[in-house]
Design a protein around this ligand. Structure first.
Ligand SMILES: NC(=O)c1ccc[n+]([C@@H]2O[C@H](COP(=O)([O-])OP(=O)(O)OC[C@H]3O[C@@H](n4cnc5c(N)ncnc54)[C@H](OP(=O)(O)O)[C@@H]3O)[C@@H](O)[C@H]2O)c1
Length: 314
């Protein structure tokens, strides 16, 4: 994992043939490159068309400009794989401008951006460790440099370092707390600063049912996720007067790389304990996140923990 680096060391470049930008924030990259301005597709059309086409292009640019103002800017941490990827694709399809954060999987993150662009959306990938304050600051700056604001912050990045308490190493405890809890604190604080000024915003924290009911071998993970739930409620109270809604989503077992690690017989036992008898799909979690992030009806929901677990915890 990259060590923290100053905001000025963010590296941005346009990959050949791609219109999305990849931004890495790793300290071993020393060259400083100024963030290029996003090039509007219609601008390129303009230079190669006749007068009629130019008028049409100007009209298109105006439409693009209107859409730019209206399309919500969304940051999703840990969006290269699993639930985060599904959320990024869902919100990209819904017309949002999406910053796809990742830690190591740059190719996967670029693929997510390409998929969003394939259905006409805008996306940038950002490599950075969201348990590090400098990386978080650079990530927020990248969104603002590209699109001027942050409307929705989705704190999804998370890891497991399972083990029984008796044998749990301090490093196992610390890594999980640093990312799953401190990362949520850092991203929320940084995004809320932007949202407070415009008195509008939505923050969604991906917790877990394990934060509600505990789990053998996950003292570190359940402590972090229970912390996220308490944090969500406190921050919702602090920011309600600023029209910033803060909610948590608590998934049960969702098919992803995280649950793929579980052994076959254990998986069978888990499914027996789920009333709906199956793992959830990342897209199902993404649908709930989309509702909380974008739907006008969600404007009156704040400080809540919404479980999505096939009925496991009720
Ligand atoms: N899957 C489940 O059953 C389940 C259930 C309840 C809650 N959750 C929660 O849902 C969230 C997503 O889980 P998932 O199953 O989709 O996980 P996943 O498939 O393992 O993906 C984890 C994501 O987090 C990113 N990440 C890891 N360390 C990071 C760091 N230091 N900074 C930034 N990003 C980092 C990864 O990026 P790289 O690809 O670059 O490593 C990846 O995009 C987590 O918070 C998890 O606790 C999952």
């Amino acid at each position: 994992m990259a060590a923290a680096s100053a905001a000025g060391s963010a590296v941005a470049f346009k990959s050949a043939g791609n219109s999305h930008r990849k931004i890495a924030n790793f300290s071993h990259i020393s060259s400083k490159v100024k963030l290029p301005n996003l090039q509007c597709r219609s601008l390129r059309l303009f230079s190669s068309s006749g007068i009629k086409a130019q008028v049409a292009t100007v009209e298109q640019m105006n439409i693009d400009a209107t859409q730019k103002v209206e399309a919500p800017v969304v940051i999703i941490t840990g969006a290269s794989r699993g639930i985060g990827k599904a959320v990024a694709l869902t919100l990209g399809k819904a017309g949002c401008k999406v910053l796809v954060n990742y830690a190591r999987s740059s190719k996967e993150a670029e693929e997510v951006c390409k998929e969003i662009e394939a259905f006409g959306g805008q996306a940038i990938s950002f490599g950075g460790d969201v348990s590090k304050e400098a990386d978080v600051d650079s990530m927020i700056k990248a969104a603002i440099d590209s699109w001027g604001t942050v409307d929705v912050m989705i704190n999804n990045a998370g890891i497991t370092r399972d083990g029984l308490l008796m044998r749990m190493k301090t490093s196992q405890w610390q890594e999980v707390i640093d990312l799953n809890l401190t990362g949520v604190f850092l991203c929320t604080q940084a995004a809320a600063k932007v949202m407070m000024k415009k008195r509008k915003g939505r923050i969604i924290n991906i917790a877990s049912v394990v934060g509600l009911v505990g789990n053998v071998g996950q003292a570190n993970y359940s402590a972090a996720k229970a912390g996220v739930i308490g944090f969500t409620k406190s921050v919702a109270k602090e920011y309600a007067s600023r029209n910033i809604n803060v909610n948590a989503v608590a998934p049960g077992f969702i098919a992803s790389d995280m649950t793929a690690k579980l052994a076959g017989d254990f998986e069978k036992k888990i499914k027996e304990a789920i009333p709906l008898g199956r793992y959830g799909q990342p897209e199902e979690v993404a649908g709930l996140v989309e509702f909380l992030a974008l739907n006008p009806a969600a404007a009156y929901i704040t400080g809540q923990v919404l479980t999505i677990d096939g009925g496991m915890v009720m």
